[in-house]
Design a protein around this ligand. Structure first.
Ligand code: NAD
Length: 306
């Protein structure tokens, strides 16, 4: 009862702090990004919704209006391809002009991977870096001058537990998230003269979403698999908002035993390597058992739009 009351209080405080902010969300058309849009709308934040599929963004916008007090004018649909870096400057200009400011850039758009290194084209590694790492850095470089000029703001990036730890079958994905961790940890210190600009990294464990269905080489792997062992999208997002509102620099958000795993990688890496090998072997074995299916399907679709 007391815990429930404290949780509600934290949520209320988060809502107070986020009300009236202008938040730009990338990857807002599904999964965590879509849920971020709904929960932020309820706090009273104005939203800029970006991803590639404009029709999906309009659906999310309509749902936000139905679920909150926001009106048509409070939400801008702004299609964006994170890999089309040449377009980012002009799109950022449009975003800033629309509301007159951006308070929070929420880097959420990204894509995962399910494949063995030995079976994976180098193109897949390049595509993961282009999207998860360079696409995010490019947008940050467009928005950052605006935050520095105003001497305030927040950049929140949905990294992953795979940005802290190694994950078998996701070597390229994990590398792209490690790259983000290194980038933002360095940027945070470069901005030490701007105490009101916060850099926050979010490291979720498994969360219910479309991520496996949309993963590189994931065409036939568990796309409709049971996700009940994963954290619900709404729980993950409500914890992200509490962290955002309190300027938390790094958030580890997972159900057990995945949360314990993050602690092990941080504090007892030798044990973490041992356990990763143990579970990794089983994961690889299960993956190989499903290989026939994968080989019958297109295994690499970097341009698939979802
Ligand atoms: N679901 C998880 O278990 C989990 C765990 C840790 C981290 N994450 C991270 O959370 C973020 C959101 O993933 P999700 O789980 O909601 O998956 P998802 O597939 O449901 O959503 C991904 C979003 O990114 C967008 N996107 C993909 N390519 C894009 C591009 N080129 N340009 C613009 N937008 C693009 C998609 O349209 C979609 O809106 C990702 O960065 C992912 O790495 C997810």
């Amino acid at each position: 009862m007391l815990i429930h009351f404290t949780q509600q209080l934290r949520k209320l405080r988060a809502a107070d702090k986020l009300c009236g902010k202008v938040v730009w969300i990338t990857g807002a058309s599904s999964g965590i990004g879509e849920e971020l849009a709904y929960q932020l709308a309820k706090t009273g934040a104005s939203l800029i919704l970006s991803a590639r599929r404009e029709n999906e963004l309009h659906r999310v916008k309509q749902n936000c209006i139905e679920q909150s007090r926001l009106q048509e004018k409070d939400i801008l649909v702004l299609p964006l391809d994170l890999t089309a870096r040449g377009s980012h400057e002009a799109i950022t200009k449009t975003a800033i002009e629309h509301f007159g400011k951006i308070d929070i850039l929420l880097n959420n758009g990204g894509r995962s991977q399910r494949s063995l290194c030995l079976e994976t084209d180098l193109d897949v590694y390049q595509a993961l870096m282009e999207l998860n790492y360079l696409g995010t850095v490019s947008l940050v470089k467009c928005v950052l001058p605006h935050l520095v000029e105003r001497k305030r703001g927040q950049i929140v990036t949905i990294s992953s537990v795979a940005g802290l730890a190694g994950v078998p079958l996701a070597s390229g994905y994990s590398a792209s998230k490690h790259a983000l961790q290194g980038f933002f940890n360095s940027l945070r210190s470069e901005l030490a003269d701007f105490p009101e600009i916060t850099i926050s990294s979010v490291c979720p464990g498994p969360v219910q979403s479309q991520i496996i269905k949309n993963a590189f080489t994931g065409d036939a792997v568990n796309s409709d698999a049971d996700q009940s062992h994963k954290m619900s999208t709404s729980r993950c997002v409500s914890l992200i908002l509490v962290g955002m509102a309190n300027n938390v620099k790094e958030m580890w958000i997972s159900e057990q035993p995945f949360l314990l795993f993050s602690y092990m990688w941080q504090y007892t890496p030798t044990w973490a390597w041992w356990i990763t090998d143990l579970f990794g072997k089983r994961r690889v074995k299960n993956f190989k058992a499903g290989m026939v299916c994968v080989q019958l399907n297109s295994r690499f679709s970097p341009c698939k739009k979802f």
